[in-house]
Design a protein around this ligand. Structure first.
Ligand SMILES: *Cc1c(COP(=O)(O)O)cnc(C)c1O
Length: 428
């Protein structure tokens, strides 16, 4: 597509956008009394206007029914979590029996590692990306220690080459190959939180399986963002949070995927709780854990309904927008943002913005990470002053993520104007 750096062109794209009315379903934060340019849907997605009603309904039903709400609430609480596999299936590309919503992200990562990271003397390594999100790094490190291993030895990070920002796919695959039968688990992000690089989940999974290892992914920055086909790609397990691209509120309940071939396997160990127990006989409350033969068998506790109500409010919107349309718009928004940043770089004498996110569609999602070669912090502060809600990552990266449900092409055009102006002012 041939883009133009003009307001009329951006407005034209918005006018043609089939999803343009979805923006009205969200609260857009105001800055100085004006709608902000909200580019942090990758960090905390915006609140749908329906969320309050969904949550209030549960509070009302609790008031009306007390404990009987487990059965008589409008959305009975006992099976509340059963609403989610159908809604998440098109988002992560999995069968319904492979999905469960429970706990929070890092908790789930640990629970999945209990099942899929079982090091032996020979096979004990975890292969992961360098600069994984810190919570994941701490999870890997503490899991290795828990098994009596030295993380320096057990956790193998694949890094970008000297002078590069992204990790080359061939380097990931050759690291897996090279460590071969010492690898127990390959555990990557879907999209790296810092660079916005989308990893080749299918190829990494294949390489892990060839080495005889499991392949798992933390999809915090991928779920609700990029196309995922977890089942077809044979991914063993994955987890994600619901408050980033999935707009389900701060600290919201999280999601888990476990491949069908594992869900009914009684030999896979797990930490068990009563909510994972067979539904038919759960309330006999007997000794001896018998898991539900789906991903639900990994549940520990009864459903956190208030948080799940917020999750459902957002996923109902995803359902009506449809993932195909969301992906189309997402690609166009990201393409436009990359184009605008290139234009700015070409117009300025000095190269100030280095985009470290891959330019190529298929290797990135919504997020664009800009390494600021000069005055980064000052540019960021100027953006904030002028109503752009972006985020700053040390040492000098500004991350922005236009999302298809509520961002516009005009947002991107205006952002371009503001950042170019900020750079010029700081240089003057
Ligand atoms: C956001 C994020 C987290 C946050 O973990 P919580 O348990 O939800 O606090 C963890 N890992 C990754 C990759 C993330 O992007």
């Amino acid at each position: 597509m041939n883009f133009q750096n003009t307001i009329s062109f951006a407005k034209e794209l918005d006018a043609q956008d089939e999803l343009r009315n979805f923006r009205d379903q969200f609260y857009i934060p105001l800055v100085h009394g004006k709608e902000s340019i909200y580019f942090t849907g990758n960090s905390l997605g915006l609140q749908p206007k329906t969320t309050q009603d969904y949550v209030l309904n549960e509070l009302e039903d609790w008031a009306s029914f007390g404990v009987e709400g487990h059965f008589h609430a409008r959305q009975p609480w006992l099976p509340y979590h059963e609403n989610f596999p159908r809604l998440l299936s098109p988002i992560v590309g999995a069968n319904e029996n492979e999905i469960v919503v429970m706990n929070q992200l890092t908790v789930n990562l640990h629970l999945l590692m209990v099942s899929f990271y079982r090091p032996t003397r020979q096979r004990y390594k975890i292969i992961c990306e360098a600069k994984a999100f810190p919570s994941d790094q701490y999870a890997f490190e503490s899991q290795a220690r828990f098994h009596g291993l030295n993380p320096e030895d057990a956790v193998i990070e694949v890094s970008p080459r000297e002078g590069e920002h992204r990790i080359r796919k061939e380097d990931i695959l050759s690291a897996i190959h090279q460590h071969g039968n010492t690898v127990a688990l390959v555990l990557f992000g879907g999209v790296n939180y810092y660079t916005g690089q989308l990893f080749d989940i299918k190829a990494i999974t294949e390489a892990a399986h060839q080495a005889g290892a499991y392949a798992g992914f933390d999809l915090a920055h991928a779920a609700g963002n990029v196309e995922l086909k977890l089942h077809d790609w044979q991914v063993d397990f994955a987890c994600w949070c619901s408050y980033k691209y999935l707009n389900s509120g701060p600290g919201g309940v999280a999601g888990v995927y476990i491949h069908e071939k594992h869900v009914a396997d009684p030999l896979i160990p797990r930490f068990a709780g009563w909510w994972g127990y067979k539904k038919e006989t759960r309330f006999k409350m007997e000794k001896g854990f018998q898991p539900i033969p789906t991903a639900e068998g990994w549940q520990l506790s009864n459903a956190p309904v208030l948080s799940m109500a917020a999750h459902k409010a957002s996923l109902d919107i995803f359902e009506s927008a449809g993932m195909d349309r969301l992906h189309l718009k997402r690609k166009k928004l990201a393409g436009y943002l990359h184009y605008i940043l290139q234009e700015i770089n070409q117009q300025e004498q000095e190269h100030i913005i280095e985009v470290i996110t891959p330019e190529v569609e298929g290797e990135r999602g919504c997020q664009v990470s800009m390494l600021m070669l000069k005055s980064g912090r000052a540019v960021f502060e100027s953006l904030t002053q002028q109503g752009v809600i972006a985020d700053w990552r040390e040492p000098n990266v500004i991350r922005v993520a236009p999302v298809p449900l509520y961002n516009t092409f005009e947002d991107i055009f205006r952002f371009g104007e503001i950042i170019q102006h900020s750079i010029q002012q700081l240089q003057a």
